[in-house]
Design a protein around this ligand. Structure first.
Ligand SMILES: N[C@@H](CCC(=O)N[C@@H](CS)C(=O)NCC(=O)O)C(=O)O
Length: 205
């Protein structure tokens, strides 16, 4: 398998999952500006949508969409470990978290990546993002270490990847101490350290 990724992007989520599952895989970086892979291939020939992550399977099949990739990996390689069994209420809850991180939280961060964001637009973006952060912060209440309870799941890998953008984008997580503690907890995991090191990222949460 080969994961197409960009350092520190949302592709960090499947990267963490591949390492949590201790699977054999390669990684290849993608320049998102030029849409070119490190080996010089036009990335849009691999993922016509032009974004990471993309996972190329050993038979050449390419999977896209982070939430689909992480569920495929968990279900195929360690059923019931990083994702509860399909058809259970627990799995439906996990899907709810994955969908919230993808459709709500990830996309609430996105405008902040624009190099020129007017101050009023930034303020509105931060207010919207704050409401989404309130939701995940609440999900971690009652001493719950991870989104679905005591066990790390694929949703935590994705939440961690998205939260890791906060310092760079000037989002201070001090208002959400549970999210800061969550990031510290996740970054301490061996697989997360290995994924971040492989992407050339600093491992301080
Ligand atoms: N719906 C996609 C979104 C992926 C996405 O937003 N990727 C970003 C990096 S975090 C990207 O590659 N952006 C470059 C672009 O869209 O041109 C998924 O969840 O996999």
């Amino acid at each position: 398998m080969k994961l197409f990724y960009t350092p520190g992007a949302c592709s960090l989520s499947p990267h963490i999952v591949l390492r949590e599952l201790d699977l054999p895989f390669e990684i290849e970086a993608v320049d998102l500006k030029t849409k070119t892979t490190a080996s010089g291939v036009d990335f849009t020939t691999i993922n016509p949508k032009g974004y990471v992550p993309a996972l190329q399977l050993d038979d050449g099949e390419v999977l896209t969409e982070g939430v689909a990739i992480v569920q495929y990996l968990a279900d195929k390689h360690a059923p019931g470990t990083l994702a509860p069994a399909s058809g259970t209420v627990e799995r439906a809850r996990l899907n709810g978290h994955l969908n919230f991180v993808s459709a709500e939280l990830h996309k609430a961060f996105s405008p902040l990546f624009a190099p020129t964001l007017a101050p009023e637009a930034r303020e509105a973006t931060l207010a919207n993002l704050g409401r989404k952060l309130d939701v995940v912060d609440k999900a971690l209440s009652d001493g719950r270490p991870y989104l679905t309870g005591p066990d790390f799941t694929v949703a935590d890998a994705y939440l961690f990847a998205v939260l890791s953008w906060s310092p760079k984008l000037g989002v201070d997580l001090v208002r959400w101490p549970r999210l800061g503690a969550f990031s510290q907890r996740v970054v301490a995991r061996k697989a997360v350290q290995a994924a971040m090191a492989a992407e050339g990222l600093p491992t301080a949460a």
